[in-house]
Design a protein around this ligand. Structure first.
Ligand SMILES: [Zn+2]
Ligand SMILES: [Zn+2]
Length: 372
C-alpha cells in the first residue's frame, strides 16, 4: 500500500498547475484555453491524454447540427463550456484506492474510456442497456469534459478498458470508432450465406467491413465514391468494391445475387441518398442497419419496407459490449492501422484537425489530436 501511495504522490507532484484545453463556446466557436489541471475527486482518476480521434459527430456538433444544439423538434443536448473529444486513450497518472478498485487499473496503465458515461440508475442502465442511458451524458458533449486537453478526469461511472502500450496512441484511440462499427455489425445478425453491403468507407465503414468479414459471410461489398477509400476497404476485408460515382450499385449487386439483391445493408455514410440506395439494393426479407447521424431529414419510399420487401430495419448507436473485441482487433494488427490513422495534429492545431475532417474530398481517413 505504501508503494502505491508513493507512486501516486510522485505522479501528482509532477503534474503542472495549468493545462491547455479546447473549450466549446457554441457552434463554430471552439477556443484553446489555459485551465487549471483538474483535480480528481474521491473515486475518480486523472488521465494524461495521449490521443483523441476527431469524429464526424464532433464536426456535426461544431457546425451546429440540431441533434446537438436543438431545433423546434428536439432540445439541445450538447453544452457550452465543455471540452470536446470522446475517442480517447491516455495514461492514468493519479488515482486513489477507490478509483483503482472501481476500474481495475493501476497508475501508469494505458486506458480507453467508452464515450458514454452511464447514469447507472435509469431503466436502461438497470437492464444492462447502458448505451441507451436516459440522461445520455457523454465525454466531450455533455456533463463530462472530453480529451481535447492535456488531462482529463475519468469519473467513477466511466466504463474503462485497458489497452496495450505497444500501440501508437492514434491507433489505440481507434478503439472507440471500431467498437461502434462492430456493434453495427452485431445488429445485422450476419449469416454465412449472406452478401453484406457496407455503404461508406470512412473510419466507421472500414471497421464495419473488417467486422463483417470476421463474421465470414459469402461476400462483403464496400461502396464509396473515392477510389483510394475503396482500395483501403479491400485491405480491411472487402471482397468487392463499387464506386457509386461511376457505377450503378443496385445493378451490380443484383448481378452478384442472381437478381435477388443483398441480404444485409449497413449504412454509415450519413448521406440521405444512401438510404434509398440501401432499400433498393436489398432482397426481400433483407436486413437494413442504420448507423449514421444525418444532418437533415431523409425521404424515401417507405412502402419498400412493408409491402414490397418486408425488411428488417434496425438502428445502431455506440459500441456496447464490443470494446474488448475492438481492442483485440487493433492489438492483433489485422487492420491496416497506419493507413487508417492518416493525420495527427498537436493540440494547438485542433482547428486544422477539425477542418481536415470537414473536407470530405478523401484526403484523410482518421484524423487525431495528440495533446501531449
Ligand atoms: Zn466517435
Ligand atoms: Zn442511465
Amino acid at each position: 500500500m505504501s508503494t502505491t501511495t508513493l507512486e501516486q504522490q510522485r505522479a501528482s507532484e509532477a503534474l503542472p498547475e495549468k493545462m491547455t484545453a479546447v473549450v466549446c463556446h457554441g457552434p463554430e466557436d471552439y477556443r484553446l484555453e489555459q485551465l487549471d489541471t483538474p483535480a480528481p475527486a474521491a473515486g475518480e482518476m486523472l488521465m494524461q491524454v495521449e490521443a483523441v480521434g476527431v469524429c464526424a459527430s464532433d464536426l456535426k456538433c461544431y457546425h451546429g447540427a440540431a441533434k446537438f444544439w436543438g431545433d423546434e423538434n428536439r432540445p439541445a443536448w450538447a453544452q457550452h463550456g465543455v471540452t470536446p473529444g470522446h475517442e480517447l486513450v491516455g495514461v492514468i497518472v493519479s488515482a486513489d484506492q477507490q478509483g483503482r478498485d472501481t476500474h481495475g487499473v493501476a497508475v501508469g496503465d494505458r486506458v480507453a474510456c467508452e464515450q458514454i458515461v452511464p447514469c447507472g440508475e435509469c431503466r436502461y442502465c438497470q437492464r444492462g442497456e447502458y448505451w441507451m442511458c436516459g440522461p445520455h451524458d457523454m465525454f466531450g458533449f455533455r456533463n463530462y469534459n472530453g480529451a481535447m486537453a492535456q488531462y482529463m478526469v475519468v469519473p467513477s461511472k466511466a466504463r474503462v478498458h485497458k489497452v496495450s502500450k505497444e500501440l501508437p496512441p492514434a491507433h489505440a484511440a481507434f478503439a472507440e470508432p471500431l467498437s461502434c462499427s462492430l456493434h453495427g455489425v452485431e445488429r445485422a445478425n450476419i449469416k454465412f450465406d449472406d452478401v453484406v453491403v457496407v455503404a461508406g468507407c470512412g473510419p466507421i465503414g472500414l471497421g464495419m467491413i473488417a467486422g463483417a468479414k470476421a463474421k465470414s459471410p459469402m461476400k462483403v461489398v464496400a461502396l464509396d465514391m473515392v477510389d483510394d477509400k475503396l482500395e483501403l476497404a479491400k485491405k480491411c476485408g472487402a471482397d468487392e468494391v463499387i464506386n457509386i460515382g461511376t457505377e450503378d450499385a443496385v445493378a451490380r449487386i443484383k448481378d452478384m445475387t442472381g437478381g435477388y439483391g443483398a441480404d444485409v445493408y449497413i449504412e454509415s455514410t450519413g448521406h440521405p441518398s444512401a438510404v434509398g440506395q440501401g432499400l433498393n439494393l436489398l432482397r426481400k426479407l433483407g436486413t437494413y442497419v442504420e448507423y449514421s447521424v444525418f444532418g437533415s431529414d431523409v425521404s424515401v419510399d417507405w412502402s419498400i419496407i412493408s409491402d414490397d420487401k418486408e425488411l428488417d430495419v434496425l438502428g445502431a448507436h455506440l459500441g456496447p459490449h464490443c470494446w474488448p473485441a475492438a481492442i483485440k482487433m487493433i492489438e492483433s494488427s489485422i487492420l491496416p492501422m497506419d493507413e487508417i490513422c492518416t493525420n495527427q495534429f498537436p493540440l494547438e492545431q485542433f482547428q486544422e484537425a477539425l477542418d481536415m475532417v470537414s473536407d470530405t474530398s478523401g484526403a484523410s481517413v482518421k484524423v487525431s489530436i495528440l495533446p501531449n
